[in-house]
Design a protein around this ligand. Structure first.
Ligand code: ATP
Ligand code: MG
Length: 1080
């Protein structure tokens, strides 16, 4: 989850308005009122857009605590109430994140709080930038360079108890992460005149007071100093003590700071020795001494001080003494020595003191730079902090060369401010084609030109005067100015050609006035030439070079006689001009951040807000114009490319790449983000954003988006990592699987192989056994065959040879005997054969028991042969008779008791000889067919059982009944109509002929007969029917059978009759249904 941040704005709980851009209505009065209101509520900082106005509170406020540092850290500029920390943070982050070198330009009058502001900026940056042992040491060294430089370069003035008497520009260098690497300090023109003389109410540089108050007795003795300030001519006595300043404590602080910065103990001591020497120089006094040539010559009053100085610095006393008395001028290989008068001696002394001190100061700066310089050669990001002496105006025309220089420097700073903010801004709008109404502002370029112009600028004039041969005085210089600059708008002089100022009594004759951007300043021309020349007699520099004190010796390299340089050193003015030009160039390459310090009162007092004083500063600082430009313009601008580059991730079309012109990309981006059109304008090469809030909105969106993108990158990276891991795993898995499969397949193959081998071996074993079995079998067969053959051969051989063996004799005898017996049997049987009659039952008895079966068989064979013999005698007639007899036997044997008695009777058939008997002539004629039976039978009357005789005729096809007497045919029945013949099993001759029901013959019913030749008749009827109709006639043998008499069925029953009725069976009708036949 995104971190919850309480969004605040400088609009929250605002006292007055925090940003003058929001002021309504905008005029001088409301501007001052707003500042005052805020000042009264301890709100000393107010913005004009990104410029910070700081009003000196002259008291410590609880707004610089570490908590405040944290509050402002990484917050947007407009998020919290205005503060110098907000500007510092903005500058630092822009440096760190956007790689833009920064400079922080702190301007304002002396005592407005510039030095304090610069220290606050440095301490804030130190607090928020990286940490770590090395980094912390760098930070400490950078911060501790301040007390050292302040001790030597600051002094109490009427305007400021800690006034910077030198210009300072410090570059703090950072690495790409924003960690400090080191720094470079540049110093500008120390106000060295202060060393020998201080204006009323002011002090010399702090270090002198600090040394005398803070040094131990021991140190003082060593330096042959006394603690009493009044002992020293160079120290002003009226303001030696400053309220609220503890010089002694500050001395310890400075010593400590020197140590931290990296001064060796002997170096620090040398520095203090030089300071002591300067102090003591001031105590050297001269007295005039008349010389023989009538000229005054100066002599040192009390050589004790000189002696101490020389002891302290290791300078030969006589050399120094001489240097204060003579001046050697070298011209064209000639040395001319002139004596110095008292005034000249004093001048020389002071010049030495000033040079000594100012060179010491420069040496200190270099020494500090050596300590704090970045150790690496990597590309550095730079934040420059410029704290230069403020604009200075002394009353009563006390302004001298130093003030001129200081104010020139401020003039240049104002110029760069104008260039970068006002002019540049307006010009940029025009250049970019943004609609813009011009705002008038005062451009101080004309003043800069007045001072620095190479041909007719004041500094050029001064240099010209200094270098000009002949008598040169400050007056001649002023005259020259009057000639050259008289017509300049900003130059005023009593003696100028123009009569403008002739009557201006406020303008003394020895002065000129310059209308600076910050006000008119009256400069006393006295000392200009001298100070610009900055001359130190060569004798003095050579004396210094000869010193045994290494530090002093190193400070005066030109004193080395081997390096005598006849060329004049550059003048102070031109040197300063050059260094200011370098500084300006340097500043122009960086992103400027402005802190405009305002001094609320002249009393260095808290809670006092002098409106007049503030109004004056506001005017010359051009703050109102600043607000107007700001209000009319745009708060933020950026070239399209970096703008698109910075915010392109906020819109899909432009992220990650925009193909096409950057401007179009920005247009798309802004449309997408729905930024109101009035909030921005498109310039030719830049986008202009009117309101800072829009920018902050963009920044916030970007921040949010960056977090999202970071998450995305993380996600993709994690995904990539996981995938890589997965692919690796997969690859490994495939390798493992391949190896495993190989292994498994190998194993399987081996298993199959071994199984195959087993199966193969089994099969081979089985085959081998089979073959073995076959072979064994074959072998056994062969063996068997051999055995059989052997046996057979044996048998053969034995058979062949048996006859030759006695053992066979018994058998042979037995067989012979048996043959003889059988032979005898057959011979005897031949003689005892019975007759050939088949019915002869005789058969000789058997002679031997063992021939029993043969005997029986022989009997049977003989019988069969005798029967055959017998049959062979028969004629066809006889054969027929016997056939009939055989048939009768088959039909009736053992069935009918009558049968045996019929066997002996020959079947005659035609018992009645119809052919022969004429009685039957008619009958015979009626019958055309062959007569098979012709016999007389008794036809039993159906009604009473009485019988009547009838002739019974059987032909091939018919059965006929005829009257015995007449021979008249009574009935004729075709054989086909005869269905059955019934008879009893007893010894009687009754039989019934059943007729086919429904046939013509059957109309009178079945016939019941009695005959003596029943067997013969039944047999012939059977045979004839069979041959004629091919049907077997049914012969029923039963003692009870039904006979159809007309409509009635009558049962014929045979019973065992009495003997009394004779031997003839009797038939009697018992009732309708029963006809009883009694058989005897
Ligand atoms: N922010 C502040 N809080 C408290 N006191 C301040 C602040 N700024 C300045 N002062 C007081 O004002 C005095 C003067 O400030 P400072 O030395 O910074 O002025 P300056 O602009 O550097 O002047 P000069 O040009 O003379 O060097 C300081 O000694 C301090 O007492
Ligand atoms: Mg200062």
């Amino acid at each position: 989850m995104a971190k919850m941040e309480v969004k605040t704005s400088l609009l929250d709980n605002m006292i007055g308005v925090g940003d003058m851009v929001l002021l309504e209505p905008l005029n001088e009065e409301t501007f001052i009122n707003n500042l005052k209101k805020r000042f009264d509520h301890n709100e000393i900082y107010t913005y004009i857009g990104s410029v910070v106005i700081s009003v000196n509170p002259y008291r410590s406020l609880p707004i610089y605590s570490p908590e405040k540092v944290e509050d402002y850290r990484n917050r947007n500029f407009y998020e919290l109430s205005p503060h110098i920390f907000a500007l510092s943070d903005e500058a630092y982050r822009s440096l760190r994140d956007q790689d833009k070198d920064q400079c922080i330009l702190i301007t304002g009058e002396s005592g407005a709080g510039k030095t304090e502001a610069s220290k606050l900026v440095m301490s804030y940056v130190a607090a928020v930038c990286g940490k770590g042992a090395e980094v912390n040491q760098v930070k400490e060294q950078l911060l501790q360079s301040n007390p050292v430089l302040e001790a030597f370069g600051n002094a109490k003035t009427v305007r400021n108890d800690n006034s910077s008497r030198f210009g300072k520009y410090m570059d703090i260098e950072f690495d790409f992460k924003g960690d400090p690497l080191g720094g470079v300090i540049s110093n500008y023109l120390l106000e060295k005149s202060r060393v020998v003389k201080q204006p009323r109410g002011e002090r010399n540089f702090h270090v002198f007071y600090q040394l005398l108050s803070g040094a131990s007795e021991e140190l003082l003795n060593k330096l042959t100093l006394e603690r009493d300030f009044s002992r020293y001519n160079y120290l002003s006595l009226d303001s030696a003590k400053v309220n609220g300043v503890d010089d002694a404590a500050n001395f310890r602080t400075v010593r400590n700071a020197m140590q931290i910065v990296g001064f060796m103990d002997h170096e620090a001591e040398s520095v203090l020795e030089v300071v002591a020497a300067v102090l003591k120089l001031g105590n050297i006094e001269f007295k005039p001494e008349s010389r023989v040539n009538g000229l005054d010559e100066s002599k040192i009053k009390d050589k004790n001080e000189l002696k101490e100085i020389c002891e302290l610095t290791g300078i030969d006393q006589s050399v120094l003494e001489r240097a204060f008395s003579f001046r050697t001028v070298e011209a064209k290989q000639e040395k001319v020595s002139t004596t110095l008068n008292v005034a000249q001696a004093y001048y020389a002394r002071d010049a030495l003191a000033k040079n000594l001190y100012s060179r010491l100061f420069s040496w200190l700066v270099n020494r500090i730079n050596e300590s704090i310089k970045a150790q690496t050669k990597v590309r550095k990001k730079v934040m420059g902090v410029l704290d230069i002496y403020g604009f200075e105006i002394f009353e009563n025309a006390d302004n001298s060369f130093e003030q001129f220089i200081i104010n020139y420097c401020n003039e240049k700073l104002q110029q760069i401010f104008i260039e970068l903010t006002l002019k540049e801004e307006q010009e940029e709008y025009v250049r970019e084609g943004i609609e813009w109404t011009h705002i008038d502002y005062f451009n101080n370029a004309i003043i800069c030109d007045l001072i620095e112009n190479n041909t007719n600028g004041i500094l050029a004039m001064l240099d010209e005067e200094c270098l000009r041969p002949g008598t040169v005085t400050d007056e001649t210089f002023l005259e020259k100015l009057n000639q050259v600059c008289a017509t300049h708008q900003h130059f005023e002089s009593r003696m100028s050609k123009s009569s403008r100022f002739l009557n201006d009594t406020s303008l003394p004759h020895s002065c000129f006035r310059i209308q600076h951007y910050a006000g008119k300043v009256l400069y006393q021309v006295e000392g200009f030439v001298d100070k610009n020349n900055d001359l130190l007699y060569r004798d003095l520099s050579q004396a210094m070079w000869k010193a045994g004190h290494t530090l002093i010796k190193s400070l005066f390299p030109e004193g080395n006689p081997a390096k005598i340089n006849l060329k004049r050193p550059p003048t102070a003015g031109s040197q300063f001009k050059a260094s200011v030009a370098t500084l300006m160039k340097n500043l122009q390459t960086k992103n400027p951040n402005y802190i405009r310090c305002i001094k609320p009162n002249d009393k260095k007092a808290a809670h006092i807000f002098s409106e007049a004083l503030v109004c004056h500063q506001i005017r010359y600082l051009g703050l109102l114009e600043n607000v107007r430009v700001r209000r009319a313009g745009y708060a933020f601008r950026q070239a399209y490319e970096p703008c698109l580059e910075r915010y392109k991730m906020l819109c899909k079309q432009t992220w990650p790449h925009w193909k096409g012109p950057a401007r179009a990309g920005v247009e798309v981006l802004f449309n997408e983000l729905e930024i109101p059109v009035e909030e921005y304008s498109f310039g030719r090469s830049k986008i202009f954003i009117r309101n800072p809030r829009t920018l902050f909105k963009l920044e916030d969106l970007r921040k949010q988006r960056l977090e999202d993108l970071a998450t995305l990158i993380q996600k993709i990276y994690r995904g990539w990592k996981c995938r890589t891991h997965f692919l690796l795993m997969r690859k490994s898995q495939i390798v493992i699987a391949a190896w495993y499969r190989r292994y498994a397949q190998q194993k399987r193959y081996q298993q199959i192989k071994s199984s195959t081998l087993v199966i193969q071996s089994y099969i081979r074993g089985w085959k081998a056994r089979k073959i073995l079995r076959e072979l064994k079998h074959r072998k056994r067969c062969e063996e068997a065959a051999t055995t059989i053959a052997a046996y057979w051969h044996g048998t053969q051989v034995r058979r062949e040879y048996r006859k030759f063996f006695r053992a066979n004799a018994g058998k042979k005898i037995y067989e012979f005997t048996l043959q003889r017996i059988v032979q005898k049997y057959f011979l005897e049987m031949k003689n005892k054969m019975p007759s050939l009659s088949p019915i002869d039952k005789n058969w000789p008895p058997r002679p031997y028991l063992f021939l029993d079966s043969t005997h029986k068989e022989l009997k049977r064979i003989f019988h069969l042969w005798r029967c055959k013999k017998y049959r062979d005698q028969f004629t066809d007639q006889q054969k027929l008779i016997y056939e009939e007899k055989l048939e009768a036997s088959e039909l009736f044997k053992d069935k009918k008791a009558l049968y045996p008695s019929s066997v002996g009777q020959p079947f005659q058939g035609a018992y009645l000889e119809i052919n022969k008997n004429p009685k039957y002539k008619k009958l015979k004629d009626a019958i055309e067919e062959k007569i098979i039976i012709a016999e007389v039978v008794n036809k039993i009357n159906r009604a009473n059982g009485k019988s009547t005789s009838r002739i019974f005729l059987l032909t091939n096809n018919n059965l006929l009944l005829a009257d015995q007497k007449s021979g008249q045919i009574k009935s004729e029945v075709p054989l086909v109509d005869v269905t059955k013949v019934s008879m009893s099993s007893q010894n009687d001759g009754f039989f019934a002929v059943h007729l086919k029901e429904g046939s013509e013959a059957a109309s009178k019913g079945d016939f019941l007969f009695s005959s003596d030749h029943l067997i013969e008749m039944a047999t012939k009827l059977y045979r004839t029917t069979l041959s004629q109709t091919k049907q077997k006639l049914n012969i029923e043998i039963s003692d009870e059978f039904l006979v159809q008499f007309r409509q009635d069925k009558v049962c014929v029953k045979f019973i065992q009759g009495n003997q009394k009725n004779g031997s003839v069976p009797t038939c009697k009708r018992k009732n309708n249904r029963l006809l009883e036949v009694a058989v005897p």
